[in-house]
Ligand binder design. Structure first.
Ligand SMILES: Cc1ncc(COP(=O)(O)O)c(C=O)c1O
Length: 363
């Protein structure tokens, strides 16, 4: 690892591949002999358009996105998609159902309620969002415009291990697990993701939309929130987040250099297994998510007491393992191990957990 770099376990914005940062640094002030930075280029220039097209086609190839779906590079974060999905899709029947598996799903539900008859298909709140409801527990109405869920719950550290089977279009927030494993896009009308975990710096939101679901927005929908307008302008109705799109392009090259999505998925499974094994075999730590629902991306765990958690977080920080503090409403620890977290970072965390437990008289 490069000198002075830490292992950054932050949930987002999060660590980016060092190779990507180094290439961006190399090209920062003079991209491809153009004499300027990508930051300084017109989004309509030939040079930027070639970056844009390359990134879009690489993303389509790596994720195997079918031609039925358009790829959009938008702004406003995943949070703006909470409104945008509802405003564009709810018009079919005026109704939508939501599965509440954490904070972001609940926020999306609260937002959607403004635009129609929105109901809860299932919730995991009864056990502090430590699990994912089973297919048989989903109470989905017959005539909904869509079913909404959050594939990976960044704060609670749970992840859906199945795609809900319903007789309605699916809308899915994949902010914290996009590009971590293959996705069957045929099953989704809309998938969206804020970029700042597995794709690029904050400021870019990627949307995959089945084109059949565009063009039905509520009449008062602002143009920037209308999928049809975004598709028509090919994400350039206004200035897109150019630099973030360029970084996404570098991240995609990095994914391919590692062997593509299948290889990334294996790497992620291995990293997660190493940490969960260390937690399960420790007398000091326990995982917060129920075993069948454990996230491969955000590992939430705690020790015997708040004081010990604090000590662990502080000592980890001093040892170059930073941002392992859990979200404020959950407490304990959270190690976010997105694509760009190297295996060595996970090994170092596990070794540190073992040392900490061994040096703790109570353990
Ligand atoms: C699953 C999920 N959805 C939505 C959001 C909100 O994203 P943004 O800050 O891009 O609006 C986050 C942010 O961490 C997230 O993890």
């Amino acid at each position: 690892m490069s000198e002075k770099r830490i292992y950054n376990f932050a949930a987002g914005p999060s660590t980016l591949p060092l190779e990507v940062l180094e290439q961006a640094k190399e090209e920062l002030i003079n991209y491809g002999g153009s004499g300027m930075s990508v930051m300084e280029m017109s989004h309509r220039s030939k040079l930027f358009l070639s970056i844009f097209e390359q990134t879009k086609s690489d993303l389509r190839r790596i994720l195997n996105v079918p031609e039925t779906h358009e790829i959009l590079f938008l702004q406003g974060g995943a949070t703006l998609q909470f409104a945008m999905t509802a405003m564009n899709l709810i018009t079919a029947t005026g109704k939508a159902d939501y599965v509440l598996t954490g904070s972001f799903a609940t926020k999306a539900y609260d937002e959607a309620k403004k635009y129609g008859d929105v109901a809860v298909a299932a919730s995991s709140k009864d056990r502090n969002h430590s699990y994912i409801p089973a297919q048989s527990e989903l109470n989905v109405r017959d005539d909904i415009s869509y079913l909404y869920y959050t594939a990976n719950n960044t704060i609670f550290g749970t992840e859906w291990k199945y795609v809900p089977q319903v007789n309605a279009p699916l809308v899915c927030d994949m902010s914290s697990d996009i590009l971590t494993q293959p996705i069957d896009f045929e099953k989704y009308s809309v998938v969206f993701a804020g970029a700042q975990k597995n794709m690029s710096p904050a400021g870019l939101t990627v949307v995959f939309i089945n084109k059949d679901y565009a063009g039905h927005a509520l009449p008062y929908t602002p143009v920037m929130l209308d999928y049809a307008a975004m598709i028509k302008g090919d994400s350039m109705h206004n200035t897109p987040p150019c630099y973030n799109i360029y970084i996404l392009g570098l991240v995609l090259e990095w994914i391919e250099s590692l062997g593509g999505l299948e290889a990334i998925a294996q790497r992620n499974a291995k990293k997660a297994a190493v940490i969960y094994d260390a937690i399960d075999s420790s007398r000091l730590f326990r995982a917060l998510a129920e075993p069948e629902a454990r996230s491969r991306m955000n590992v939430t765990f705690r020790s015997e007491s708040d004081e010990m958690d604090k000590a662990f977080i502080a000592f980890a920080g001093e040892n170059g393992l930073q941002n392992v503090k859990g979200y404020r409403t959950v407490g304990g620890m959270r190690a976010s191990i997105y694509n760009a977290m190297p295996y060595e970072g996970v090994e170092k965390l596990v070794a540190f957990m073992k040392d900490f437990a061994a040096n703790n008289p109570k353990a």
